[in-house]
Design a protein around this ligand. Structure first.
Ligand SMILES: Cc1cc2nc3c(=O)[nH]c(=O)nc-3n(C[C@H](O)[C@H](O)[C@H](O)COP(=O)(O)O)c2cc1C
Length: 322
């Protein structure tokens, strides 16, 4: 069986523009989770979220929407909304690690409260036909917090639990905690997806050898940094194909066009593309210099020159300062 690759959501990165461009120029992803919807107290789905999930913007890809909430009422509001668009699954974010979220008992801040999780799931399952899946860290303070959540989740028809093998307090500092992830595997019969730090084919192989019982792999930052990764994993390839730069250049141009249509002003467009380049540049030579040169640009013309030089260099592997 070929590996099942899931694009882990990154708010600000994996919107429909990115997802469609990725699917068109690379592929290899079986399922894309959309970044979370958050209501902030108002029962309104913001236009940006609406656009991201509209069927016409997601015709060629398999997408599951996500919600971040600690309220059954909000959960139901969002599930009604996504069902009205034709989605039949909603993923629940219990992973976000940032203090402004976790302090409000949201994201990974909710993992330590299994009773509250139970209450929300009870109301949701009593009032909606939506299929619920989870995306979690293993806790906020401690990786054993999730162990008390498993028996709660087992009471409901939860489709799967994607686990980012870190705790919230860690943010992204330090590695994934594979021993604690193994404890999760040993503590539940539910379907677990593995997530965290899959950035290369070699790393993917390492993880599949260590966790042969896992057959769904979620890739977040590694997929932005290297859009080729899912396809290379599927082909078990160790080297990039020869068309790497040509393909990346088309993919980049598509993203550029999409964000040029969305944003106003050269600076806003460059800032957006720069946020992607913070990841893309990790897979090119002269990473710091690429970022520095993009940061210096103030016009699209200057940006184009920097990018053209990156591609020229990568094709010829000789560098000329722009
Ligand atoms: C900028 C950024 C935005 C993210 N947004 C979301 C999100 O909307 N929903 C979610 O479940 N996880 C989100 N995550 C977490 C990732 O989906 C993923 O779980 C995490 O980065 C670990 O996987 P990775 O090592 O493959 O990146 C975000 C992470 C980053 C860095």
């Amino acid at each position: 069986m070929p590996p099942y690759i899931v694009s882990s959501p990154l708010q600000g990165f994996t919107d429909y523009r990115f997802r469609n461009a990725h699917q068109k120029y690379y592929g290899g992803v079986d399922l894309y989770y959309a970044p979370y919807i958050r209501l902030n107290g108002k029962k309104v789905i913001k236009p940006g979220y609406q656009k991201d999930l509209q069927v016409k913007n997601n015709t060629t890809i398999n997408v599951i929407p996500q919600v971040m909430t600690n309220s059954a009422e909000e959960f139901l509001f969002v599930s009604d909304y996504v069902q009205s668009l034709g989605y039949n699954e909603l993923n629940w974010n219990l992973g976000c690690p940032y203090p402004m979220v976790t302090n409000k008992c949201l994201g990974s801040g909710l993992i330590s409260d299994p009773d509250r999780i139970d209450g929300i799931l009870d109301i949701v399952h009593s009032n909606s036909s939506i299929t619920v899946s989870m995306k979690m860290r293993m806790g906020y303070e401690d990786a054993s917090e999730i162990l008390d959540v498993f028996p709660v989740l087992a009471k409901y028809p939860i489709k799967n639990i994607g686990i980012h093998a870190r705790i919230g307090k860690q943010l992204y500092v330090g590695g994934v905690d594979l021993e604690s992830f193994q404890r999760c595997v040993d503590s539940t019969d539910q379907t677990l997806y593995f997530n965290g730090d899959i950035t290369s084919v070699a790393r993917y192989r390492e993880m599949t050898n260590r966790f042969p019982m896992i057959d769904h792999w979620m890739i977040g930052r590694g997929l932005i940094a290297d859009p080729y990764l899912p396809m290379m994993i599927k082909e078990d390839a160790t080297d990039y194909p020869e068309d790497r730069i040509d393909r990346f250049s088309k993919f980049h141009d598509r993203l550029f066009t999409e964000y040029s249509d969305k944003l106003t002003g050269d600076k806003a467009i460059i800032r957006k593309l720069l946020s992607y380049w913070e990841y893309f540049a990790q897979r090119f030579d002269n990473t710091a210099r690429i970022i520095k040169n993009i940061k210096k640009t103030k016009t699209i013309e200057a940006y184009d020159k920097v990018i053209a030089e990156v591609f020229r260099y990568e094709r010829s592997k000789s560098y000329i300062e722009v």
